[in-house]
Design a protein around this ligand. Structure first.
Ligand code: PEP
Length: 258
């Protein structure tokens, strides 16, 4: 964490986990602990079907609530998809775009990403745009090329004035849900590359407003070290966001354990 102008951002991605009752319990617990939450931003990315109930419980707290995906059109014959305006209607204020499971399990192509990011911004949803290389790509020295291609596609329709609303999450595919975290050296080098790319793409002042999170097997015992890496502005947490006992120590990464 290097730039205090960028508020630390800790986000939980529930994926297709929990049920309605456990979701609401978790929100109540985290809400109770957050208080006014002033010095950090905390959010959960929730299955679409629970968004209305979860955001109702989160109301009155600084907790952000987001969808895990969207389609970039507002209406139409897109069976099974959710429009940005629908996410807004059920209380979401943010959304994940390009999560590795969307790219690799559901084969979402790069050329959808720019339109998805644009659709989110146009509907007042704060996007977290996820990028990351596979193990084969890393082993084949293709990490930088792959990440730059993903960045180009996600930023295709981004304007300089959008940057303060944009977050990037660097999530190496081989570290997601595997228990294998990228080393702090790997994270530092990759975040530095992303920051350099941003400065070229949107100019230094706008680039400085974009937060870049790390994601991939973040746990209470590695959160502090990851947050200490230069250019890391926050964490995107999957498995450890499903329980207050593991998520809260990550949110409170800089406080001594009770
Ligand atoms: C994720 O879902 O974005 C993620 C990083 O998962 P996990 O923390 O379980 O690796």
């Amino acid at each position: 964490m290097t730039n205090r102008a960028r508020k630390p951002y800790i986000a939980g991605n529930w994926k297709m986990n929990l049920d309605r009752a456990r979701s609401l319990d978790l929100i109540k617990t985290v809400k109770g602990r957050l208080g006014d939450g002033g010095d950090r931003e905390v959010a959960f990315f929730v299955p679409a079907i629970y968004l209305a109930d979860v955001s109702a419980v989160a109301q009155g707290s600084p907790l952000g609530i987001g969808g895990q995906n969207l389609w970039f059109e507002a209406n139409g014959a897109f069976t099974g998809e959710v429009a940005p305006r629908m996410l807004r209607e059920v209380g979401a204020d943010r959304v994940l775009i390009g999560h590795s499971e969307r790219r690799h399990v559901f084969h979402e192509p790069d050329d959808w990403m720019g339109r998805k990011v644009r659709a989110a911004l146009d509907c007042d949803l704060l996007p977290i745009y996820c990028i990351g290389e596979t193990l084969d790509e890393r082993k084949g020295n293709r990490t930088e090329r792959v990440l730059k291609r993903q960045l180009e596609s996600g930023f295709e329709k981004v304007k300089v004035e959008d940057c303060h609303r944009l977050t990037i999450a660097y999530e190496p595919v081989w570290a997601i849900g595997t228990g294998e975290t990228a080393t702090t050296e790997q994270v530092g080098a990759t975040h530095k590359m992303i920051r350099k790319w941003l400065a070229v793409r949107v100019g230094e002042p706008a680039a400085n407003l974009v937060r870049v999170l790390y994601g991939g097997s973040v746990k209470p015992d590695n959160a502090k070290d990851l947050m200490a890496v230069e250019h890391v502005d926050g964490l995107l947490v999957g498995g450890a966001s499903l329980q207050a006992e593991t998520f809260l120590p990550i949110v409170e990464y800089d406080r001594a354990p009770a």
